[in-house]
Ligand binder design. Structure first.
Ligand SMILES: N[C@@H](CCC(=O)N[C@@H](CS)C(=O)NCC(=O)O)C(=O)O
Length: 181
């Protein structure tokens, strides 16, 4: 109900509770975590590159995230758009950035690498062979998988969320009071 929830500043999710804070707004949440764990580069220029790479990946992942909420007759066309943009607009950028470099920026692990890992996994779930023409991305994904925290997160039974099913979509629609036209 409007104005009732103290934790949700704008009555919206996501909400992350950590360090005694109730963090809302996705970018504020990401910025806090990136700063806290020193994942934002060593200077302003590196940070600008990290932000650009991160935002590109956010745009790509957002296309994927809205797919379950598309009307049935729009889904197929949307899948085509995701695949086209992933392979011609986004993945080539990251493939090139990883030439002769283990990480995207400054040869140092950053938040952009975390987003890239997430995006490659997300897109592979939809298009299992999508990385076959991006060897650097495939190798990068393998290296990221071997990091202990990421490896743990990818194990069955972890906090990783499953793909949205029809029940999830229906629940989200109801909770957020979204009308299907
Ligand atoms: N700018 C916000 C947007 C958050 C947002 O749109 N949240 C949606 C769910 S994904 C929500 O809570 N909608 C309910 C509402 O606006 O009443 C962010 O990035 O966190």
């Amino acid at each position: 109900m409007v104005g009732q929830n103290q934790a949700l500043m704008f009555e919206q999710v996501p909400l992350v509770e950590m360090d005694g804070l109730q963090l809302v707004q996705s970018k504020a949440i990401m910025n806090y975590i990136a700063e806290k764990y020193k994942l934002s580069g060593k200077d302003l220029k590196e940070r600008a590159m990290i932000d650009m790479y991160t935002e590109g990946l956010n745009d790509l992942m957002e296309m994927r995230m809205i797919l379950p909420f598309k009307k049935p007759d729009e889904k197929q066309a949307h899948i085509g758009v995701i695949q086209g943009k992933a392979t011609s607009r986004y993945f080539p950028v990251y493939e090139k950035a990883l030439n002769n470099s283990q990480y995207l920026v400054g040869n140092q692990f950053s938040r952009a690498d975390v987003h890239l890992m997430e995006a490659t996994l997300m897109l592979e779930e939809l298009f299992p062979t999508i990385l076959s023409t991006f060897p650097n991305l495939k190798a990068f994904q393998g290296k990221m998988r071997s990091l202990p925290t990421i490896s743990k997160f990818l194990q069955p039974g972890s906090q990783r969320k499953p793909q949205p099913d029809d029940v999830y979509v229906k629940t989200v629609m109801e909770v957020l009071n979204i009308q299907i036209p």
